[in-house]
Design a binder for this molecule. Structure first.
Ligand SMILES: Nc1nc2c(c(=O)[nH]1)N[C@H]1C(S)=C(S)[C@@H](COP(=O)(O)O)O[C@H]1N2
Ligand SMILES: [Mo]
Length: 314
């Protein structure tokens, strides 16, 4: 079995990308060097069969801000399928089995089907991109994600002219996702993007982080990362992608439409009804900092929203 090290043994150097674990034995060695967070919180066995993310290349789309510590990014999570407290996903998702993961691609496209994660990624180069993730709860992280631009994946299914939106769905399986046994949300978790947002080069279909396959608590084996939107748009453990003509429903909007809109672009000027969005706390930092429009990605995304009243279409 994997030896468990104390969290205090986990140094910065342990989390730098080290794409060395193609073989099982190498992987065991690597994971024992990472520390409790990853060992208890995600890669306990099933990830041995996970997608090989070792050949990634660094992307030009990246920030040079200081990375959030791996232990924070993997122990302070929102993933209600494994509990509603921040430490719940790390404690409860360890045995989440993601073997033989399938994703169905359906709706307004010429090339629908049900495919494996390996098939989905086939022919695409996995990139590392350091992106900010800004939660609506006014904290943020900076994470080195591994993934493929969603656009290049979507194109292979040939969306047709009626495809105006893309709808995403998380696995529904209350046995494997015990949080779904309580009706805190309308399961399965669903999200959506407008077509141009889904096709924006910043939008990432992520399969790993910190040089490793995606830890379970962060949305194994495949999740979205939409860095200019509040974190809840970045849906985890995706099993379905559907091209739609009309705007898809989204989980948090169903729960509380006055608080969570469809667009959910990071916007310091539009408050959440119960708190301001002007500042944020970078996890690991003591002082708060100003939140910036579109989470700092305005140059890349602002043009998609010209002419829209972002206070009304929040
Ligand atoms: N399926 C699913 N996806 C989800 C969530 C969730 O509860 N279930 N939480 C969202 C929220 S609110 C945030 S802030 C991010 C957190 O991602 P992280 O835990 O990797 O930081 O995941 C998002 N994706
Ligand atoms: Mo969030």
């Amino acid at each position: 079995m994997i030896k468990i090290k104390k969290a205090s043994d986990c140094r910065e150097s342990d989390i730098t990308p080290e794409p060395v674990y193609k073989k099982r034995r190498e992987f065991m060695k690597t994971s024992s060097a990472i520390g409790t967070g990853l060992v208890l919180g995600g890669l306990q066995g099933n990830a041995l069969a996970a997608l090989d993310v070792s050949g990634f290349k660094k992307s030009g789309y990246t920030t040079d801000e200081e990375l959030t510590e791996f232990k924070d990014a993997t122990r302070y999570n929102n993933f209600y399928e494994f509990g509603t407290a921040k430490e719940d996903p790390a404690s409860n998702a360890g045995n989440f089995n993601t073997d033989d993961w399938r994703i169905s691609i359906s709706g307004e496209c010429d090339n629908p089907g049900v495919i494996s994660l390996e098939d989905l990624m086939q022919g695409h180069t996995i990139e590392e991109r350091v992106y900010r993730l800004r939660c609506v709860e006014a904290w943020s992280m900076v994470i080195p994600w591994l993934g493929v631009p969603l656009a290049s994946i979507l194109q292979q299914f040939k969306p047709n002219s009626r495809a105006k939106y893309v709808a995403f769905k998380t696995l529904l399986d209350p046995e494997r996702m015990p949080g779904q046994q309580r009706s805190v949300l309308d399961w399965p978790y669903i999200e959506g993007l407008r077509m141009d947002e889904a096709m924006n080069p910043l939008t990432l279909l992520a399969v790993g982080m910190y040089g490793k396959p995606m830890p379970n608590q962060n949305g194994a084996p495949v999740r979205l990362v939409v860095p200019w939107k509040y974190g809840f748009k970045s849906i985890k453990s995706i099993v379905s992608i559907e091209f739609t003509e009309t705007q898809p429903k989204t989980t948090w909007n169903i729960l509380s439409p006055g608080e969570y809109g469809f667009y959910s672009n990071v916007n310091p000027e539009v408050s959440h009804p119960r708190w301001s969005q002007a500042k944020e706390r970078r996890i690991g930092n003591f002082f708060r900092r100003d939140t910036v429009m579109f989470n700092g990605y305005a140059d890349e995304v602002a043009a998609m929203y010209t002419g829209m009243d972002l206070k009304k279409q929040f």
